[in-house]
Design a protein around this ligand. Structure first.
Ligand code: PPY
Length: 347
C-alpha cells in the first residue's frame, strides 16, 4: 500500500472505510491541470485492497489522458467502491448515499458518473446526497442516462478509422469483428457493427446475455478460452482491463485491436509487442472518450443528442488519425504517440 501511494504520480487520493458494509471507497484525483476531475465510479469486489487502489490509480490517470487528447477542460479522476465478496445487495442504496455525501464534501474537486458495476439508477441514488457533482443520472431524474451508448459510438468510429488506416477503406462491410463483452458498451457497439455490415462474433460470461445474442440475434459465440486465438480482422475488448499481455498478444490472430475497455494493456511493454506483431492498436483512452463527451456535453453544455453524437465521432476521428500519423512518422507505438499528444496538451 505504502509503495503504491509513493509511486503514484497523481495529485490526491481520498480513502474511506465504510464500516457498515466493510467496503473501501477510494477517490483518486490524478490531475486537475485542465479542470475539475471527472470520471466514473467502479463498484466491484477485488481480491485485496491493494488491487482496488491500483485499479483506481490507473483508471484516474486514464481519465487525465482521455480528456487531454481532445483538449476538454476536465481533469482525471475515478472512484472505486470495493465491496466485500459477501456484500448484501440490500445495503447498496445506503452505501451509495454515504458515498454521495463524500463526493459532495469535496465540493467539486471530483465529479462522478457511471462505470463498471454502477448504473444510471445508482447515479440517481448517489445524487440524493452528492448533487450537483453526479453525471449520468436517469433521464427521468434529469440526467443524460448511461454512458455506454456514447462510448460505443466513439469505439465504432475508432474501428472505422483503424480500417481506413490499415486497409485503405473505412467500410466495415464483410469485416469480422470479435467483441469481448456484450455489456453496456459492447451491446451498442454490436448494433453499430451489424448495421455497417460487419460479421460480428462475441464473447461474454453472463449466461442470459449469451442466450440473447447467440439465440435471438444469431451471432457467433466465442467461449472465453478461445477469445485470444479466434481469427478476426478486429478484436474489440469491451469488458475489463489488462487483457493484452505477453501471453495473449502472442496468440492473437487479428489485424486491429480497438475496443472500449479502460486500461487494455497489462503494462507499457505490451504496446511494443503489438507493434512487433504488426497489429494496429487504437489506444483505449483515445477511442473510449465518447461516454464522457456525451455526458458532459448533454449535462453541462446543453447539447442535443444529435450534437453529442457528431462531437463524439468528430473528436475520435480527428484524434485517432493524428495518433496513427504521429506513430508512423516517428516510428513509435500508437500508445506512445497518444501519450505524447496528451502530454503536450497537459503542459
Ligand atoms: C470513462 O470514460 O471512463 C468515464 O468514467 C466516463 C465519465 C466521464 C465523466 C464523468 C463521469 C463518467
Amino acid at each position: 500500500m505504502e509503495s503504491l501511494l509513493r509511486e503514484w504520480d497523481g495529485e490526491t487520493v481520498i480513502v474511506r472505510h465504510d464500516r457498515p458494509t466493510r467496503a473501501w471507497i477510494f477517490i483518486a484525483i490524478h490531475s486537475t491541470h485542465l479542470g475539475p476531475a471527472a470520471g466514473g465510479t467502479r463498484m466491484k469486489s477485488y481480491p485485496d485492497v491493494q488491487e482496488a487502489l491500483q485499479d483506481v490509480f490507473r483508471l484516474a490517470a486514464g481519465m487525465t489522458y482521455k480528456f487531454a487528447i481532445p483538449g476538454l477542460p476536465w481533469g482525471g479522476g475515478k472512484a472505486v467502491v470495493a465491496i466485500p465478496p459477501d456484500f448484501d445487495p440490500q445495503s447498496r442504496p445506503a452505501l451509495l448515499r454515504r458515498y454521495g455525501a463524500l463526493v459532495h464534501q469535496l465540493r467539486g474537486l471530483y465529479y462522478t458518473g457511471p462505470d463498471v458495476g454502477t448504473s444510471s439508477a445508482d447515479m440517481d441514488i448517489i445524487a440524493e446526497t452528492g448533487a450537483p457533482y453526479v453525471f449520468g443520472r436517469t433521464p427521468v431524474a434529469g440526467g443524460a442516462g448511461p454512458s455506454g451508448p456514447g462510448t460505443a459510438l466513439g469505439v465504432f468510429t475508432g474501428i472505422q478509422v483503424a480500417c481506413e488506416h490499415l486497409f485503405g477503406e473505412a467500410s466495415l462491410k464483410g469485416r469480422r469483428v470479435l467483441v469481448q463483452g456484450a455489456g453496456s458498451v459492447g451491446e451498442t457497439l454490436i448494433e453499430y457493427l451489424r448495421s455497417a455490415g460487419a460479421e460480428v462474433l462475441f464473447s461474454e460470461v453472463d449466461e442470459g446475455t449469451i442466450r440473447r445474442f447467440r439465440d435471438e440475434l444469431e451471432l457467433k459465440f466465442v467461449p472465453s478460452e478461445e477469445v485470444y486465438t479466434a481469427e478476426c480482422d478486429i478484436f474489440a475488448p469491451c469488458a475489463l482491463g489488462g487483457v493484452l499481455d505477453a501471453n495473449t498478444i502472442a496468440q492473437l490472430k487479428c489485424r486491429i485491436v480497438a475496443g472500449g475497455a479502460n486500461n487494455q494493456l497489462a503494462g507499457p511493454k505490451d504496446a511494443e509487442s503489438l507493434r512487433a506483431r504488426r497489429i494496429l492498436y487504437a489506444p483505449d483512452y483515445v477511442i473510449n472518450v465518447g461516454g464522457a463527451i456525451t455526458l458532459l456535453g448533454l449535462e453541462t453544455l446543453d447539447w442535443t443528442q444529435e450534437r453529442a453524437e457528431e462531437e463524439v465521432a468528430e473528436s475520435v476521428r480527428r484524434a485517432l488519425r493524428q495518433v496513427f500519423e504521429l506513430a508512423a512518422s516517428e516510428g513509435i507505438t500508437t500508445e506512445a504517440a497518444a501519450r505524447r499528444i496528451a502530454e503536450e496538451h497537459l503542459s
